[in-house]
Design a protein around this ligand. Structure first.
Ligand code: HEC
Length: 339
């Protein structure tokens, strides 16, 4: 009785909203049309598979424990060979039912594959995702080239609208996966693969590189931030703007430190920094996380990352930086203006 109640409470917790929120990589419940049919298929095939195991198990137990009549052998040394009539029917029925279920599952799978291949309406927005060890570069394309901009690791999308993703890699094979929104797609150097996602509820959906891509593979996360169309447009406008110019002498000192230490690898639009090795930092402060989801974006974490990225993400393509105290303070003052 007690065990049953514990099981029920466990199940209720598993299905509760908080529990779903606490499992950011769960694919058992999805939040957009690129995921719904796949989730239903997953549950359906899971239930069919478990049912097959249970039915076969029960039949096996029945076969083992079925009472047989007493042996009547005239010669006690003779082999107990009996011609059992009727057993073949089980084989015919069993094979027949299994074949029907397997053919049904195959047709269902093919239909789901076809349904999720394309969104029901043409996506208004395309995000080009370029994966590198171990972060994601983003480029937002619209029909007006003047409204194209770049960012990193955090993908904002408008709720309720399909968004097209064109994914490629600059180095090794990665895999782009946002479990709560839809299936994963391989990210292959020299090739552009296309997929789409749509979020039906506002929220933050965690994604992850899903194929081993080197030492920091596990720390190559991304976030999809689904916003109301109005909030998304506001965010888009803020990203389109160039970074603000440094206003105070300390911030100006920070720009110079950035030019000498960081600009070869990082871009800040509106300044002379145009490096492409690392993430675009034009609106760094508008991001929730640093280094592909590894740290939350607080001043302490930012300073720690800048000075010692190799202790946070060993092997990362950003080398540790040797900066004096005043240089770091000036750099921090400048970076914190990048909203
Ligand atoms: C040799 C190239 C290189 C140099 C020099 C460099 N970085 Fe980086 N930086 C990178 C790369 C690559 C990443 C991505 C690391 C990752 O997430 O794995 C990165 C990530 C970052 C991030 C995290 C951005 C985000 O949105 O996640 C910040 C902030 C940053 N660098 C600041 C700086 C500053 C400030 C300097 C100069 C003091 C600097 N970097 C120098 C290559 C460089």
């Amino acid at each position: 009785m007690k065990a049953g109640r514990t099981l029920l409470v466990g199940l209720a917790l598993t299905l509760s909203h908080d529990a779903w929120a606490a499992t950011p990589m769960s694919y058992l419940r999805t939040f957009g049309p690129a995921g719904y049919p796949v989730t239903r298929l997953g549950w359906g095939l899971g239930i069919i598979s478990v049912s097959v195991v249970v039915i076969v198990g029960l039949l096996l137990l029945g076969g083992i424990f079925r009472r047989r009549g007493p042996r009547r052998l005239s010669d006690p040394n003779a082999l107990a060979v009996r011609r059992d009539a009727g057993g073949m029917a089980w084989i015919y029925i069993g094979v027949g039912i299994s074949s029907l279920v397997l053919i049904g599952a195959m047709i269902w799978t093919l239909v789901v594959t076809a349904v999720v291949a394309h969104p029901s309406s043409r996506p208004a927005l395309t995000v080009q995702v370029s994966a590198s060890q171990w972060w994601w570069a983003l480029r937002y394309d619209t029909e007006q080239p003047s409204r194209t901009f770049t960012s990193a690791n955090e993908i904002h999308i408008p709720v309720g609208q399909p968004v097209r993703f064109e994914v490629t890699s600059t180095d090794v094979i990665h895999s782009f996966w946002v479990p709560k929104l839809g299936g994963k797609i391989d990210v292959i150097p020299g090739q552009t693969n296309v997929t789409w996602l749509q979020a039906d509820q506002p929220g933050v959906y965690r994604g992850q590189c899903a194929v081993f891509c080197g030492t920091e593979h596990a720390r190559m996360a991304l976030q999809v931030i689904a916003q109301s169309p109005a909030d998304f447009r506001a965010w888009q406008e803020s990203q389109l703007a160039d970074a603000p110019r440094p206003a105070t002498p300390e911030q100006q000192h920070g720009t110079r430190v950035f030019q000498s230490h960081c600009a070869a690898c990082h871009t800040i639009r509106g300044s002379n920094a145009g490096g492409l090795v690392g993430p675009d930092l034009s609106h760094l402060m508008s991001r929730r996380t640093l280094a592909a989801g590894v740290l939350s974006n607080t001043p302490g974490n930012l300073a720690g990352w800048i000075v010692h990225p190799q202790s946070v993400k060993p092997g990362s393509r950003m080398p540790d930086q040797t900066l004096s105290g005043p240089q770091l303070a000036a750099l921090m003052a400048y970076l914190q203006t990048l909203h």
